[in-house]
Structures are given as structure tokens and as C-alpha cells.
Design a binder for this molecule. Sequence first.
Ligand code: SF4
Length: 343
Amino acid sequence: MEEIELMKKIPGLIIQWYQQNKRDLPWRKEKTPYQIWISEIMLQQTKIKSVKRYYNRFLKELPNIQALAEVEEEKLLKLWEGLGYYNRARNLKKAAHIIKENYDGNMPKTYEELIKLPGIGEYTAGAIASIAYNQKVPAVDGNVLRVISRILGSKKDVLEMKNKKEFAQKIKAIMPKQAGDFNEGLMELGELICIPNGYPFCNICPLKEICVAKKENLVAEIPVRNQKIKRRKEEKTVFLLRFKNKIAIQKRTNEGLLAGMYEFPNINQKIKNKQIESVLENWKLIGNRIKKIGTHHHIFSHIEWNMVGYEIQVKNINSEFIWVKKEDILKKYPIPGAFIPFL
Ligand code: SF4
């Protein structure tokens, strides 16, 4: 079958499957542009299971663009705590502010306007424009690239920008009237049926009759992803310093990784037990009981932290750190996910 003929068959099969099989997710209930926007940003680099936990709380606290535009940064970061990639949250606020000022607080309706907002790239603009307004634009994420390259039996590297653009063009050419259902259906199929790593569930796939990868036994080889992410590895020793019912935290600088968030005091190296005294001395603290509390490996987009943590009862406090009760840390201070395991 010619490629274009094959592509033309996809929308009908996907939409029918999606309408019968879509999951009942919190952001699919009302589908306001605001809710679609928030969920799409949360879903970038975060699994649906985790997003579900944060989405309702976020919407309860910040139910509309006005509230998001006016929220204090610390409260916003606390609501985002655990989702990671905190610039996503900051960009949401920046974009909300622009929408409030330039669009009377109403979400812009076209892909072309949406993509100009901070934090909204091609994928998110496509998702909002198609799901909220049925604009015929593709929303191409990793799931969609996997599904389409398998259907076409394409061995082009899906991480290469020019190939991504080519796939997006091909999808654009077949966008149906129900653009939102089509885009959501492609993503949903990639999440549930045409899954990565290991074998997809071809036997229950609505595209099994037309899929080239299935027919030619190429499912394990496609999608092709040649570029490997190189991450810098860093060692870290984290200190859970306790004085009576208080724990020491400190604010990170306002720039760079995890900017403006709070963390437990730490140093950028792994140390031996006997070196701990001198670290405490530098902080003008006298340690009492020292206990190793475990290790944690945290992966960011370009850095990996190998972390080891110690819990230390100290005999005094210093002015360098903020000493707060555990309940207050949980309620008020945004702590990055990398540090949470030590609490
Ligand atoms: S038939 Fe298999 S490989 Fe092809 S799209 Fe469906 S699940 Fe993916």
C-alpha cells in the first residue's frame, strides 16, 4: 500500500478506538482550555499516575488563569513539588500573566498564538489547540513518534529534529475534523498498546491490519533512537540536621537547577564518617548522634546525583540555616523530589 493511502486509514481507526477505550482521567472531565494546558504541562516528563496526584490539588488552589497569574512563587513551587522540572511551573505563571494582560484572561485560541507563550512548545500548542478548539494541528510527542514510525515501518531516527518535523508534516496532512480525539487517541495508543521497551500489544491494536512494523517483524527495532543523552554525574552528601523538633533547611540560589527551592544542607562530595565532624564545624554546629539514613539516585535531564544521607542530632543551631518543624516543611517549603527520600 502506498504510504499516503496507509496514512489516510489511520484517523478513522484511531478515533473509533479512542472513543471506545479512553481512560477516565481527571483532566478529561471538563476539558476547559485552562485545564488542558495545566495537564499537558504536568504530563511533560512526568507519568500519568504521578500527575493524577497533583492535578486536582493544583486546580483546587489555582482554579483559573487569574489565580495562576497572581499566585506567589513559593506557593506555586510548593504545589509543583514532586513533579520536577520546576521551570515548567514558573513558565505557567509567566504565561498566565501574559494571558491576563493581553487576552483579557482568556486562553488564546490558535496554535500560532499559543506557541508564543512561555513554556508552550510545538507539542503543547498542538495539544491545546486541537483538544480545546479542534484546530487541525498535530501534537507530536514520543508516544506519537513511536506509533507512527511503527505503522510506517520507518527506520528514521525519531530523535533527529528533521525527522520529527517530517513525521509532524505527515500527520498534519491527515488531520481529521475531530482533531482533538485523533491526537489524544494517538497518544493514548502509545501509552497503552503500542508501548515502548518490550513488546507492544499488537494483537489488540486497532492498527494491526495496516501496521508495517508488525507485518515485517520490525516492532523491536522501531522506533530508532540513535542519540544518547550524556549526563554529568555528581556526588552529594545530604545532612538531615535535627535540633529538638526542628530540622535545618536552606534556600537554593534563584538561578540554575532547582532555583529558589529549599533543600537540606549538603555538600558536593561523598565523605567518610570521620569527616562529618569537620563539615559540622564549618557550619558552627556540634554533632551528637550520627546515623547513615540511606542513599538515593536522582536523574535530571542533564545531571545525575548520587546522594548519601546522614541524620544528625545537633547540640546547637546556627544562623546559616533555617530551622523549621517537619510539619512546616511539608506544608510551606517547596523541597525538590531529590531530597524528599531523606525526610
Ligand atoms: S500493530 Fe503493534 S506495532 Fe503496530 S501500531 Fe499497533 S501496537 Fe504498534
